[in-house]
Design a binder for this molecule. Structure first.
Ligand code: AP5
Ligand code: MG
Length: 191
């Protein structure tokens, strides 16, 4: 089983790449953002608890996302591998994921960092905000707040995985297919 993190700033194309990788390789996609938006859509107690946090572009608690991820991994025994999208986003989340995967006998293989300039991320998200009504894409302040949250809280996980020798970065500023091709090349030796 191959466990891979897809990381990068908001709008870098994590979800878009994950969908292409599922079609090509058949992994299971676990996006904490999608899980949280699903809870909000259902109007569940968890959804109500987190709705305003997502709308502001702040992070929900580590404990909430760690348990969402653990439940979803356990719910998919026999998966070829998991793509973790938007998780981990803090060092405690990274440490929890490392421990959890270690115990399953399938430690994390790779973190793939999607590299794109902030201005491109902003443009992509504001464009989507005009189409899909995602509250956190609706104005430039909220998009910039998500980028600031990313730099303050998530960037430290890059060094965490560099130290483990599990980090690669790819250019995500061109087409999604271009990003996929770079990733496919990196995965060839380990698939
Ligand atoms: P999350 O859903 O993870 O949002 P995000 O990180 O802000 O990123 P996005 O999903 O907006 O962007 P993406 O990188 O997936 O890009 P996408 O492929 O969609 O998190 C939302 C919120 O949930 C957080 O703010 C937080 O509140 C909470 N949360 C989630 N996980 C958490 C965690 N672990 N801990 C705590 N809180 C957590 O693409 C974006 C747009 O660009 C799309 O319109 C797409 O079509 C377009 N696009 C993509 N690639 C390209 C390309 N190559 N060329 C042109 N356009 C492209
Ligand atoms: Mg996403």
């Amino acid at each position: 089983m191959l466990n891979i993190i897809i990381a990068g700033p908001p709008g870098s194309g994590k979800g878009t790449l994950a969908k292409l990788m599922i079609d090509k390789f058949g992994f299971v996609h676990l996006s904490t953002g999608d899980m949280l938006r699903n809870e909000i859509g259902l109007g569940s107690p968890l959804g109500k608890e987190v709705e305003s946090i997502l709308a502001r572009g702040d992070l929900v608690s580590d404990q909430i996302v760690i348990s969402l991820i653990a439940n979803n991994v356990k719910a998919n025994p026999g998966a070829r591998g998991f793509l973790f999208d938007g998780f981990p986003r803090t060092l405690p989340q990274a440490e929890a994921l490392d421990d959890f995967l270690e115990k399953t006998g399938h430690p994390l293989k790779l973190m793939i960092q999607l590299e794109v300039d902030d201005a491109v991320c902003e443009m992509r998200l504001l464009r989507r905000g005009g189409i899909e009504n995602r509250p956190d894409d609706m104005d430039v302040e909220r998009v910039r707040h998500r980028l600031a949250t990313y730099y303050a809280q998530t960037v430290p996980i890059i060094d965490h995985y560099k130290k483990q020798g599990k980090f690669i970065a790819v250019d995500s500023s061109k087409t999604p297919e271009y990003t996929l091709n770079q990733v496919s090349e990196c995965l060839k030796p380990i698939l």
